[in-house]
Ligand binder design. Structure first.
Ligand code: AMO
Length: 429
C-alpha cells in the first residue's frame, strides 16, 4: 500500500490508507482513545482502541492503516478509523526536553537549539522554514524570470572581499586560506565573464565578534549581480520588484504559516529612497538622535523605521549615498561628489537586510582606488585583471536570508531562522 501524506487525505468510502508519522498527542478516554498523528505535511486525529495505543509514547514514530472518515468535530473535519498501528521508531527518554504538542516558549532558545531535532518538530518552529524555503524559491524564480543565471562561487578563498578582519582562517595544505565573507568578487567576475546577470544562494562567513540577536557567523547570502546598468537605481528597482513578487508568492504558498505568526503582508509596496545624510538629519530633528559618522546605529534604524512607517506607511526604506570612506573599495563613487558612493542599504522594520550598489568597473579607477587604500595589488590580481577586458558598468546587492525571514515573521532573534545556527558560542548541533 502506498503511503499517503496527511495533507492529501480525502474521504474515499471504505478504502484503507497507510499513514506514517509521529505520535503528537495521546488522549486516552474511558471508552475510546485518540492519537494526533503528525507527518511533514500536517496533523490528523486517529480514533483507536485502548489495545491499539498500548505502549505508545509521545514522539514514537508509527505506521498506521485505517479508513478516512468525515467528522466535523475533528481538526480539519477528517479523522482516521484505525485498523492497525505499528511502532517503527522507539523513544528512549525519561522526559522530553520540552513539549512538542503544547509548546509554550518556556524552554529557552538555547535549549531549543541544543535539541534542534525536537524543536523543529514543533509545528510553529517548522513553519519558519517553510516560509524560508519559499523565500528562496521566490528569489530563484524571480531572478531566473529576469534573465539571471544561478552560480556557485568558492567558499574557500585566499583574500577577503569586504575589508576589515572578520575572516575565519583555514589551513589549506599548509597555506593560509579563508572562508568566504561574500561572493562579491566572483559574482562581479561572472558579469565580466559574459553571463551579465547572475545570482547565488550560498553561505557567507563572518568572524565578527558580535553575539547579538541579528548576527550569525555563518549565514545564507542571497546575492545578485547585474551588468550594463544605468546606475544604482536599476538595482533598487530590481530589488523592490523582487520584494513585491516575494509577497505575492508568500501569500500564495504560506497563508497558514503567516497566520500562525499573525503576519498580514501588505497589498502594495512602494519603498522610499532617502540619502543617508538626510536620514541622519531627520533622526536628529525628529528624535534628537545623533548618528555615528557615515552610518546609523541600531537604535537609529529602529527610530527611522518608526518615522518611515508613519510618513510613508512602509516597512522598508532604502538608505542611499553612503560615504566612500565607509564602503568597501569596489563601491562606485558619485560623479558630483567622490566622497559619496552609489551604494545603498535596505532597512526592513528597522533592520538592515541588504547592502548593494554600483561598482567601479574601470580598470585604472579600481587600481588607483586599491593603491590609495594601501591594498597589495598582487593579492587581488585575479580580480583586478578581469577589469582589463571590457568590464561593463555593473552592480548588485545581497540579502541576508535569515534576516529577511526573521523580519517577515517578527521573530526577535536571528537564530530562530537558522536550522543549525553558528554563533560565537555555538558549534553544535
Ligand atoms: P554586507 O556585508 O552588508 O554586504 O552583507 C549583506 C547582507 O548580508 C546580511 N549579513 C548578515 N546576516 C547575518 N549575520 C551576519 N553576521 C551578517 N552579515 C551580513 C545582512 C546584510 O545586509 N558584498 C556586499 C553585498 C553587495 O554589495 O552585493 C556584502 O556582503 O542582511
Amino acid at each position: 500500500m502506498k503511503r499517503v501524506f496527511i495533507k492529501d487525505l480525502v474521504v474515499k468510502g471504505e478504502e484503507t490508507v497507510l499513514l506514517k508519522g509521529w505520535v503528537h498527542k495521546i488522549r486516552d478516554l474511558s471508552h475510546v482513545s485518540f492519537i494526533l498523528l503528525r507527518d511533514k505535511s500536517g496533523i490528523i486525529q486517529l480514533v483507536c482502541t485502548k489495545e491499539q495505543i498500548k505502549g505508545l509514547r509521545l514522539e514514537n514514530s508509527i505506521e498506521v492503516t485505517g479508513i478516512v472518515r468525515a467528522n466535523e468535530k475533528a481538526p480539519k473535519g477528517l479523522e482516521i478509523e484505525v485498523s492497525t498501528i505499528e511502532m517503527t521508531g522507539k523513544v528512549y527518554y525519561d522526559k522530553l526536553p520540552f513539549e512538542v504538542q503544547s509548546f509554550k516558549e518556556k524552554a529557552s532558545l538555547e535549549t531549543q537549539l541544543d535539541f534542534r531535532t525536537i524543536s523543529l518538530r514543533i509545528p510553529k518552529k517548522k513553519a519558519i522554514f517553510k516560509v524560508q524555503n519559499e523565500i528562496e524559491d521566490a528569489f530563484r524564480k524571480f531572478f531566473k524570470g529576469n534573465d539571471f543565471e544561478e552560480i556557485h562561487t568558492p567558499k574557500i578563498t585566499h583574500s577577503g572581499t569586504e575589508g576589515g578582519s572578520e575572516m575565519f582562517t583555514v589551513n589549506y595544505f599548509n597555506r593560509r586560506a579563508f572562508l568566504s565573507q561574500s561572493p562579491q568578487f566572483w559574482k562581479q567576475m561572472m558579469v565580466g565573464a559574459g553571463f551579465e546577470r547572475v545570482f547565488e544562494v550560498g553561505y557567507a562567513y563572518r568572524a565578527e565578534l558580535h553575539n547579538t540577536w541579528r548576527h550569525l557567523n555563518e549565514y545564507v547570502s542571497l546575492d545578485v549581480e547585474m551588468g550594463f546598468i544605468k546606475d544604482e537605481t536599476d538595482l533598487m528597482d530590481m530589488e523592490e520588484n523582487f520584494i513585491r513578487y516575494l509577497y505575492k508568492h508568500l501569500k500564495e504558498t504560506c497563508s497558514d504559516e503567516l497566520k500562525l505568526f499573525n503576519v498580514e503582508l501588505p497589498e502594495e509596496i512602494s519603498i522610499p529612497r532617502i540619502p543617508l545624510a538626510k536620514a541622519q538629519e531627520i533622526l536628529l530633528t525628529e528624535y534628537n538622535k545623533k548618528s555615528p559618522v557615515g552610518n546609523i546605529d541600531n537604535e537609529g534604524e529602529a527610530l527611522f523605521h518608526k518615522y518611515v512607517k508613519e510618513k510613508y506607511n512602509s516597512d522598508y526604506v532604502f538608505l542611499t549615498e553612503y560615504p566612500t570612506a565607509k564602503r568597501p573599495m569596489y563601491a562606485m563613487e558619485r560623479e558630483e561628489d567622490p566622497e559619496m558612493t552609489k551604494s545603498f542599504d535596505l532597512i526592513f522594520k528597522g533592520v538592515e537586510i541588504t547592502t548593494g550598489g554600483q561598482r567601479i568597473h574601470d580598470y585604472e579607477m579600481l587600481k588607483a582606488k586599491m593603491e590609495r587604500l594601501g591594498l597589495k595589488l598582487e593579492d587581488f590580481a585575479f580580480y583586478l585583471d578581469t577589469f582589463k577586458y571590457g568590464m561593463p558598468p555593473h552592480g548588485g546587492f545581497a540579502i541576508g536570508l535569515e534576516r529577511i525571514t526573521m523580519q517577515i515573521l517578527n521573530l526577535g532573534n536571528i537564530r530562530e531562522a537558522s536550522l543549525f545556527p553558528r554563533d560565537m558560542k555555538r558549534l553544535t548541533p
